[in-house]
Write a protein that binds this ligand. Structure first.
Ligand code: F6R
Length: 614
């Protein structure tokens, strides 16, 4: 949610910032802007729309500078517009700032500043904060760093901010709480790159420092100082990025979403690699091994997540209860954090997150951790905030996911969940060695089966073209495929803007069946499992009411096609593993529907990839 980039060093800052903004655009695309400082000359350019609109708007402008900051916005306070775009400048024109997050008490600070004679050009909380900093600086006659520290002690909310000042034309001051910030250290240590994630940095350096909450960074070409809000120095912890440039490029595909769907055979393989050894009958997961007593003796597992990751959590509920015989509750992080949940000693909290930065999930975990809960993180982005606050965890190793709709991260999450549950179950003795071995072998075969599904992708393009003008869709599934139905509906609505609802197939009779007409496409996730006969009966019920049936079925099923208007067949798998396969056709159905409707599937309206505000 909002992408920020900064550069200070010997290079021209603008090209570095522009390229960085393009890489971070998935975080928000309501407006984009840059502030460039050339000696005491501060040039600010900003534009409603995408980074490409900014690029066009600044042709012929003075872009000369060795220091600058840039922002791509997902609007929170104030509509998307030129005047609400970042960077914002202070009233005296000496400071420029970009911000990712929300200043919750901005209205109160704004009214104080209005009383002191300030006026505002935008509707943003960011402009309030920068003027508050300016006010503190001029009234206390202190440095910008000191003024920032004082201001941050007053503000509530979340922020990652970058600030530049005319009087210090080689320095960027940064601060974070709740929103991510990574600083790349240039090869000769004479330049620094600041960004919301590593993607704008990767081609310049692999040495990075992840800034922690309540830390300030004072960044000059040859110097990086970290301090806490008490003005004490903190030693920067330099880590090496484990990411290649190719991973964040489209690699010949039209869209990141399609590339990421097609990457799944290899991302799932990467997730299993080094962990699953089906021949030896072993799963190696150090985060699970080191905490096996806690995990296998858990009284209860609480899963906390949002969106697609929450759907992975629902699949996990079925799997953990079946294999480990541990009760599981799956919580929306945004609800969990605001009620007064009962977390007892002996409970384990599993956080699932692609980005590792989702504000609701992060804060929910912080609260649970304060109450003594044990946190296990299933996260994709290495070094992200959730991975760092978890006691233990397992990365999904899906690589950078840039398309706004989550695809390969979801299947990676399911693969981790399956390995984790199997490992706990065999240690606990809650499954037989024979069933354990069978599931290991099945899991090992998943990448190949995903590959087989992707070979038939055009069949889904045909189905998408046929139903693209429908105004509503219903997605139905039972058991392990119920969360997959929810995920199919979420994917379709975010990528094609068609209203879609997911339901447990049997629950359909308790209300949604009223929607069924000959105009309503109903997608059944109806692979061969212990519920199959039941879901076939549900198909009959829809057919009797002339609904259009699209079914996702298992190879060899001869009954479902007789009831379906269209169907797509996937390889046979154990029902616990089927969701990793059955979701793939639904990802493709959404992608092709979005494309058929001319939608920018990588950047669907109103969305952002990493939801770092609550
Ligand atoms: C949907 C989607 C979102 C995310 C949700 C949580 O395609 O991507 O629903 O799943 O915002 O994000 P993470 O997993 O990063 O915590």
């Amino acid at each position: 949610m909002c992408g920020i980039v900064g550069y200070t060093g010997p290079r021209e800052a603008f090209p570095v910032i522009l390229k960085g903004l393009k890489r971070l655009e998935y975080r928000g695309y309501d407006s984009a802007g840059v502030a460039l400082l050339n000696q005491d000359h501060l040039n600010v350019y900003k534009k409603k729309g995408k980074v490409a609109d900014l690029e066009e708007a600044i042709i012929g402008k003075d872009l000369q500078a060795n220091i600058g900051i840039g922002h791509t916005r997902w609007a929170t306070h104030g509509e998307p517009s030129d005047r609400n775009a970042h960077p914002h400048t202070s009233a005296n024109g000496s400071l420029a700032m970009i911000h990712n997050g929300i200043i919750e008490n901005y209205a109160q600070i704004k009214s104080e500043l209005l009383n002191k004679g300030y006026s505002f050009k935008s509707d943003t909380d960011t402009e309030v904060l920068i003027n508050f900093i300016e006010y503190i600086q001029s009234n206390n006659d202190c440095s910008l760093e000191e003024a920032l520290r004082i201001a941050l002690k007053r503000v509530t909310g979340a922020y990652c901010i970058l600030l530049i000042e005319k009087d210090n034309p080689d320095t960027i001051i940064a601060a974070r709480k709740g929103s991510p910030l990574v600083i790349g250290i240039g090869k000769g240590r004479d330049e620094h790159f600041l960004a919301s994630d590593a993607s704008p940095i990767i081609e310049y350096t692999k040495e990075v420092v992840y800034v922690n909450d309540y830390e300030l960074a004072i960044v000059k070409p040859g110097e990086l100082i970290l301090k806490n809000l008490g003005n004490e120095k903190v030693t920067p912890y330099v880590t090496k990025l484990d990411m290649e440039l190719a991973a964040i490029e489209k690699g010949g595909y039209d869209h990141f979403m399609l590339k990421e769907i097609f990457e799944q055979p290899s991302t799932i393989y990467d997730c299993l690699r080094g962990r699953l050894d089906a021949a030896a009958g072993t799963i190696t997961m150090s985060g699970v091994e080191q905490n096996i007593e806690q995990l296998k003796n858990a009284n209860r597992i609480m899963i906390v997540a949002c969106g697609t990751s929450w759907h992975a959590g629902l699949v996990a509920e079925y799997i953990f209860e079946e294999l480990c015989r541990i009760p599981v509750e799956v919580e929306y992080a945004s609800e969990f954090r605001y009620r007064n949940p009962i977390v007892n000693k002996g409970d384990v909290i599993i956080a699932i997150s692609q980005s590792g930065e989702t504000a609701d999930t992060l804060v929910a975990l912080e609260k649970a951790k304060e109450n003594g809960a044990f946190i296990f993180g299933i996260v994709n982005v290495v070094g992200s905030s959730i991975s760092r606050i978890s006691h233990a965890g397992a990365y999904t190793h899906a690589g950078p996911e840039i398309g706004v709709a989550s695809t390969k991260a979801f299947t990676g999450q399911l693969a981790v969940i399956m390995m984790m549950a199997l490992k706990i179950a065999i240690e606990k003795g809650s499954i037989t060695p024979e069933y354990y071995k069978k599931l290991l072998l099945e899991l090992q075969d998943v990448p190949e089966k995903v590959d087989a599904i992707l070979k038939n992708a055009e069949e889904l393009q045909v189905i998408a073209d046929k139903y693209k003008d429908a105004s509503d869709f219903l997605f139905l599934g039972r058991g392990y495929n119920f969360p997959v139905a929810l995920e199919g509906a979420l994917k379709l609505k975010e990528i094609s803007y068609i209203h879609a609802e997911g339901y447990p197939a049997a629950e359909m009779k308790h209300g949604p069946i009223a929607l069924v007409t000959s105009q309503l496409p109903v997608v059944f996730v109806a692979t061969k499992d212990s519920y199959h006969e039941k879901i076939v009966s549900n198909m009959q019920e829809i057919k009797a009411r002339r609904g259009k049936i699209i079914s996702i079925i298992t190879d060899g099923d001869t009954v479902s096609p007789t009831l379906s208007d269209d169907w797509f067949s996937i390889p046979m798998a154990d029902e616990l593993i089927a969701p990793i396969l059955s979701v793939i056709p639904l990802q493709l159905l959404s992608y092709y529907t979005g494309i058929a409707k001319g939608i920018d599937v990588d950047k669907p309206r109103n969305l952002a990839k990493s939801v770092t505000v609550e």
